[in-house]
Design a binder for this molecule. Structure first.
Ligand code: DX5
Ligand code: ZN
Length: 214
């Protein structure tokens, strides 16, 4: 299983030890949750913070933009050195164009679906994307309970990927822990985001390991 710990649950006044923990862990990515207070009812952090984080992080960055007009920020995300840029389907009326522009900037393009957005909305774009991020909570906050219907969406997406021959990786974000992670692995997830499960653990590296082995 690919693992992408979310920095949202780290201590923002003392990030260096948490970044060192990530660097030394088995995590595959660092997940960065950008919130604008418009697309979601919360504000997290922006580019000045992410630039500093990027300097200290040796894992590839998986940037999740929970913002309106995410296409305005493609070059800034590229300048961070991010590997994956995730935009919300609900925030992009011209999703096909945004995906091409993310690719032209040299990044992997991810499309994120809110809990009420159906997998079927991706039928005409699935062959163009590198990753689909299924939200298993309503975006905006860490520490929320896992929405169990997400398991069905992961199964449905796995089947869509198989029937179209898409190379898209299936990532899941929200309420992930060892138990829900195991169920997501069975449903067909390739990559798990975890915030509170990792940073709330007495041994965060062990928490990352417990997802890695799923
Ligand atoms: C929620 C964010 C998540 C969040 C997950 O809007 O997209 O990445 O950090 O937090 P947990 O793992 O605590 O549900
Ligand atoms: Zn996220």
């Amino acid at each position: 299983m690919l693992v992408s710990p979310s920095l949202l649950s780290a201590d923002f006044a003392n990030l260096i030890p948490d970044l060192e923990m990530i660097n030394e862990s088995e995590s595959d990515y660092l997940h960065l949750d950008v919130m604008d207070g418009v697309f979601v009812p919360n504000i997290s952090f922006g580019f000045p913070v992410m630039k500093s984080v990027a300097k200290h992080c040796r894992k590839p960055l998986d940037v999740h933009l929970m913002i309106v007009d995410p296409d305005k920020w493609i070059s800034q995300v590229r300048d961070l050195g991010a590997e994956i840029m995730n935009v919300h389907q609900e925030a992009c009326p011209h999703l096909h164009s945004v995906i091409q522009r993310i690719h032209n900037a040299g990044m992997k393009a991810g499309v994120t679906l809110n809990p009420a957005t159906p997998v079927s909305s991706l039928v005409d774009i699935i062959e163009d994307v590198d990753l689909v991020l299924i939200m298993s909570v309503n975006p905006g906050f860490g520490g929320q309970p896992f929405i169990r219907h997400s398991l069905k969406k992961v199964e449905e997406l796995r089947s869509l990927v198989a029937t179209t021959g898409s190379k898209a990786i299936i990532e899941v974000d929200g309420g992930v822990n060892a138990q829900t992670g195991k169920e997501l692995a069975v449903a067909g997830a390739d990559m798990l985001v975890a915030g509170s499960y990792v940073f709330g653990a007495s041994d965060p590296r062990e928490a990352i390991h417990s997802l890695k082995v799923l």
